[in-house]
Design a binder for this molecule. Structure first.
Ligand SMILES: CC(C)(COP(=O)(O)OP(=O)(O)OC[C@H]1O[C@@H](n2cnc3c(N)ncnc32)[C@H](O)[C@@H]1OP(=O)(O)O)[C@@H](O)C(=O)NCCC(=O)NCCS
Length: 214
């Protein structure tokens, strides 16, 4: 039987995560938020406290999921919170919206989240703490590295490789076989036809930008 689950964060992504949990019938124990008073309610869910709540002796009786997303200019927080939960040996099961289609021979890493309408085709290995946002499609036989965010509506054709911490903007299209290096970022709406090196921000029609914070 599933254990009650705790959401870290309370922004827009947390609200969508809450909806996924409710759609899958999970019991939500509460949220952890650094700047909301414990004991109050957020979206009808109890605020349990901040991250320190996970030090309680009974914290291992719960599952956890991240309610913070990952954006180009704020790319560190999601990975940091994942590491915090990992260091405390807390359980982060993959989260899959009931409308997502996950083919055979797909591996989903710890804490990975597949939002509404996502399609993942056979032979795809998705590492830990990956966020495939609304209506993303991932074609066959690819690897998606840890802490990657693919924003809504992006299309990844067959055998694309995304290294760790990559961000793919909303509606971007990556043609078959391209590789995106660690920490690279692809602008919303971009069409990617060549490999992108690690640590580069790719905006169509612009020279590649080296990312300081990646
Ligand atoms: C690429 C991105 C990160 C901006 O990066 P940035 O380095 O801060 O770039 P700036 O906003 O300073 O824009 C630099 C130039 O690129 C252009 N540009 C920015 N984003 C662009 C895009 N997606 N497509 C085409 N051109 C873009 C800007 O208009 C600007 O042009 P200008 O110099 O002529 O004024 C951002 O535009 C983007 O695409 N973010 C992804 C948004 C998204 O997918 N959100 C999903 C949330 S779930």
């Amino acid at each position: 039987m599933n254990r009650p689950i705790v959401i870290l964060g309370y922004g827009g992504h947390a609200r969508v995560v809450l909806d996924v949990l409710q759609a899958t019938g999970r019991e939500v124990a509460g949220i952890l938020a650094p700047d909301l008073p414990a004991g109050t309610l957020w979206e009808g869910i109890p605020v349990l406290g901040d991250d320190d709540w996970t030090r309680r002796p009974d914290a291992m009786q719960y599952d956890y999921t991240l309610g913070v997303g990952m954006l180009p200019h704020r790319s560190q927080l999601r990975q940091r919170l994942f590491s915090l939960l990992r260091d405390r040996r807390l359980s982060m099961p993959p989260l899959v919206h009931p409308s997502a289609i996950v083919a055979s021979e797909v591996v989903l890493g710890e804490g990975t989240q597949l939002m509404a309408g996502v399609i993942v085709q056979p032979g795809t290995v998705i590492d830990e703490n990956v966020l495939l946002n609304t209506r993303v499609t991932v074609d066959h036989h690819r690897r998606i590295g840890a802490h990657v965010h693919v924003a809504p509506g992006a299309i990844l054709c067959g055998e694309v490789q995304l290294a760790d911490r990559v961000f793919i903007g909303a509606g971007a299209i990556l043609i078959q076989g391209v590789a995106v290096g660690a920490g690279a970022q692809v602008a919303a709406g971009a069409t990617v036809v060549k490999n992108i090196a690690a640590g580069i921000r790719f905006i169509p029609g612009r020279l590649p930008i080296r990312i300081e914070e990646a």
